[in-house]
Design a protein around this ligand. Structure first.
Ligand code: NAP
Length: 289
């Protein structure tokens, strides 16, 4: 798969860290872009359990790992170990991309751009709409702040209700948007799905390997809801299958994923990657699942 015949001491390392990590397609798309541009880089994936995060970051600082993508569950937890944050990720409280500049770690959030661009390309107009976000982790933070620029109101439903309330309060305090934190019980979801325009799943429910479950039962969905599931492995989660059957407009997480990855790639390497190629390689790898 790799074209770089000179992998050696000079090779720059890029990687993604998460736990679990086997679902990730980041190496596929980044290595495709690296090969296409004939760069002396390689992109790897590291499974880092939460208790090892600090030790891993200390090690990364001293290494030739110059770019790190951060995925579930580290997007918020990594912040105390970074040296500098760009203003947007400081406001959001979540980082998904890190640049190692000679031992100084800079944190950035490219999920915000990725989500906004994906919704725009899918033709969903945020202005004046109401959103229900399932989950209150790192991705939910990025998406809720991305939406807050133009949306009317945001509801956040999370398994741990306190975390939803905390995120909603932060959103309101920092952006003045109307935001409410809720639990994720069936009763709560039933009361919300008819009063919002878009439902966004940011929980890992439905992600490989647990592909037959959905974060919300089918009978709570309706055809007027735009349903965005940010999972991209598989392309069609159980939630999106249900939504499609009902006749809702749907969007999976692939375009968000590619947009966020392309922006991080350009930040690390100074080169614009071939987005079309990145997408083709992921589709090739995941097939029509
Ligand atoms: P995270 O920070 O760990 O947050 C996970 C969220 O999901 C938390 O709100 C958590 O609730 C909830 N959750 C986890 N397991 C659950 C379960 N079994 N039942 C109910 N709720 C559950 O993770 P993240 O970084 O936000 O990532 C979340 C998902 O988004 C992952 O699947 C990731 O691959 C995907 N993602 C996709 C893209 C993309 O570009 N397409 C970008 C970012 C993330 P608690 O607060 O109760 O723990």
């Amino acid at each position: 798969m790799l074209n770089n015949p000179y992998i050696g001491a000079s090779t720059n390392i890029l990687c993604v860290i998460g736990h679990p990590i086997e679902h990730t397609m980041s190496p596929v798309m980044h290595n495709a872009a690296i090969n296409d541009l004939s760069l002396d880089y390689i992109y790897l994936a590291f499974d880092i359990p939460p208790n090892d995060l600090k030790k891993a970051i200390v090690g990364f600082k001293k290494s030739n790992i110059i770019g790190i993508n951060v995925t579930i569950p580290h997007k918020e937890a990594i912040i105390p170990y970074l040296d500098e944050l760009e203003p947007l990720s400081k406001q959001i409280g979540a980082v998904n991309s890190v640049k190692n500049e000679g031992g100084v770690l800079l944190g950035r959030n490219t999920d915000v751009f990725g989500a906004k661009q994906a919704l725009r390309d899918a033709g969903f107009k945020i202005e004046g709409k109401k959103a229900l976000i399932l989950g209150a982790g790192g991705a939910a933070r990025a998406i809720s702040f991305a939406l807050s620029e133009k949306i009317d109101e945001i509801f956040i439903s999370n398994r741990t209700k306190e975390r939803a309330i905390k995120l909603a309060k932060e959103l309101h305090d920092k952006t003045k948007i109307k935001a409410t934190g809720k639990d994720m019980s069936e009763k709560t979801l039933r009361s919300l799905t008819y009063s919002v325009d878009i439902l966004i799943n940011t929980t890992p429910i439905g992600m490989y390997p647990l592909i037959n479950i959905s974060p919300i039962s089918k009978d709570l969905l309706n055809e007027n809801l735009f349903i965005f599931d940010i999972i991209y492995n598989p392309f069609q989660t159980q939630l999106l299958k249900d939504a499609k059957e009902i006749g809702s407009k749907i969007l999976n997480g692939l375009d968000m994923f590619i947009n966020q990855g392309a922006l991080a790639f350009e930040w690390w390497t100074g080169k614009k990657p071939n987005i079309k190629l990145m997408k083709e390689k992921i589709i090739e790898q995941l097939g029509s699942k």
